[in-house]
Design a protein around this ligand. Structure first.
Ligand code: TRP
Length: 330
């Protein structure tokens, strides 16, 4: 069976764009692959130095994936910081990573550009963790003989860098020590629209959180921006935010029925929103309930992550032993 691996940055409670674009596809993939999904907490340290925030966000994101259906008996679910072999591999890989490769990383280049535009020193606010981020990510991936890495398009470059680094290592020692990973796009061909019709994103403040209580969910749905077409006018489902979200939560028959009502005219936006709220609430209520239950007992979440991390360490230790032999440090 192929190995699928992805890292989840602990950055607050996900929204339905994350759920549909990252969580659901990764869980789908775990049905046909040996899945290894982990909380990438050391990646968060570059930007966040608040221990309470790191702890909370780790619990929240772990609970979010568990509530969304991740079964820790089927998916190896662990915490990066509890697998120290990652950081030994990071040290090894640093010796195989040209500095120039890091200079080309998008996230780093974006920082340089923002600094240039603000008239600051080019490396202002850039720590070495951020600069070498792609090498840590390569260590995450290469430690577990990964075949597929389900990620958003913004992460493709990082996976390609992991391939470059793995190839230089394999070339130097003349053996296939590392399996070469392949990024898999998890996002929809059409990204999910937010309340204002732009891409749903925390930075636009136009999100619907997955676990929003029923009342809040209704309020948010009612706030979706529509055009000023009157009730009687026929409407175009393809350009409508309400419809674009609806099709992700409703059955194919429901989607077709709503499409017909759009085209026929005689249906106001308030009605379409009510339909959307109902399918979303039906789909999300069980998740919300599981999430609340999990968060009421953080110890249970920690136990799951510790148990997964113990199993991950066994696999990782095996790999490091082999690599140490190859580089002459056995
Ligand atoms: N960089 C990824 C992100 O920002 C998170 C991540 C860390 C990751 N390590 C990984 C993803 C390994 C895939 C594989 O979302």
């Amino acid at each position: 069976m192929k190995v699928a691996l992805t890292g989840i940055k602990p950055t607050g409670i996900p929204h339905i764009g994350n759920y549909l674009g990252a969580i659901k596809p990764a869980l789908k993939l775990s049905e046909t692959c040996e899945a290894r999904y982990f909380i990438a907490d050391y990646h968060a340290l570059n930007a966040c130095k608040d221990p309470a925030a790191i702890r909370n966000m780790t619990l929240e994101i772990a609970a979010a994936w568990l509530a969304s259906g991740l079964d820790p008996k089927k998916v190896l679910f662990y915490k990066q910081s509890l697998v120290p072999q990652t950081f030994e591999l990071l040290t090894i890989l640093l010796a195989f990573t040209p500095k120039g490769l890091m200079n080309r990383a998008h996230a780093y280049k974006a920082m340089l550009q923002a600094n240039a535009e603000a008239g600051r020193d080019p490396d202002d606010g850039v720590n070495m963790g951020l600069y070498t981020y792609p090498v840590l990510m390569a260590a995450d991936i290469l430690l577990f003989d990964t075949d597929y890495v389900p990620v958003g398009n913004d992460q493709f470059q990082h996976v390609e860098m992991a391939v470059d680094i793995a190839q230089s290592f394999n070339f130097v020692y003349g053996q296939e020590c590392f399996r070469l990973p392949q990024p898999l796009a998890t996002e929809h061909s059409k990204t999910l629209m937010g309340l204002d019709g732009r891409k749903m994103s925390k930075s636009y403040g136009n999100i619907i959180p997955i676990f929003a209580p029923e009342k809040e969910l209704r309020k948010l749905v009612m706030r979706i921006v529509t055009n000023s077409q009157g009730v009687e006018e026929p409407k175009d489902p393809e350009t409508c935010t309400i419809f674009s979200i609806y099709r992700n939560f409703a059955s194919p028959e429901q989607v077709e029925a709503l499409r017909q009502r759009y085209l026929a005219g005689g249906m106001g936006w308030g009605h379409a929103k009510q339909e959307l709220f109902e399918v979303m609430n039906a789909a999300l209520t069980p998740l919300r309930e599981r999430y609340t239950e999990l968060m009421a007992n953080p110890r249970g979440i920690i136990d799951i992550l510790e148990e997964g991390s113990a199993r991950a360490r066994l696999l990782a230790a095996e790999k490091i032993r082999m690599l140490r032999g190859v580089i002459g440090m056995d």
